[in-house]
Design a protein around this ligand. Structure first.
Ligand code: ZN
Length: 190
């Protein structure tokens, strides 16, 4: 089974373009994975497909993310890894502790759906492990896995800003996946 279950490329306002063309980056530029949560308007959870479709058809803002993972453990791709999504910009926010290290141009963003009021599901966490492994396989210079909040102080992902212990557990799990993958695919200790 493939890691990505659904793909639909986002409109160009979601990522870095010039003169109507996507500006590509080498995968070797990518050093960080940034974790977010999808907001829940009127308390409604969304799926990976809902979000990927929205960014392909509806979104009007300069905003986007590469991947969405929902509670059913489905992963959708919205922005290609070789494109820089508008995900962690500074406008309106204070600098976080990783601000000088992580930006839109050297990171990949993963949005988790339906985790505002509930902890992520087992299926969702399993898919997140698989996706981190997949990203590390294709991007040999990954070294950081952080929250949006660590780049700029947006309260995102909310549950992991308000509950630091929960975040440290998740980060530890994902760094373990990263370390294993970097060793396996690139012979690297990170
Ligand atoms: Zn975010």
């Amino acid at each position: 089974m493939s890691v990505i279950d659904y793909k639909k490329r986002a409109k160009q306002n979601s990522y870095y373009c010039m003169n109507g063309k996507a500006v590509n980056r080498p995968h070797s530029d990518i050093e960080a994975i940034v974790i977010h949560n999808v907001g829940e308007e009127n308390g409604r959870e969304s799926t990976a497909k809902n979000n990927v479709d929205f960014f392909a058809n509806g979104n009007q803002r300069s905003a986007g993310a590469h991947f969405f993972i929902d509670r059913d453990g489905r992963c959708g791709r919205s922005v290609w890894m070789k494109n820089s999504a508008w995900s962690v910009g500074k406008v309106g926010y204070e600098e976080g502790s990783y601000y000088k290290k992580v930006n839109n141009f050297n990171s990949i963003s993963i949005e988790l759906c339906g985790i505002m009021r509930k902890a992520p599901s087992e299926a969702q966490l399993k898919k997140l492990d698989q996706l981190v492994n997949y990203i590390c396989k294709h991007c040999k210079n990954i070294k950081w896995i952080v929250r949006h909040y660590d780049v700029v102080k947006k309260v995102c992902p909310e549950r992991y800003v308000t509950n630091k212990k929960e975040w440290l557990e998740l980060q530890c799990r994902l760094l373990g996946v990263m370390q294993k993958a970097m060793k396996k695919y690139h012979g690297k200790d990170v």
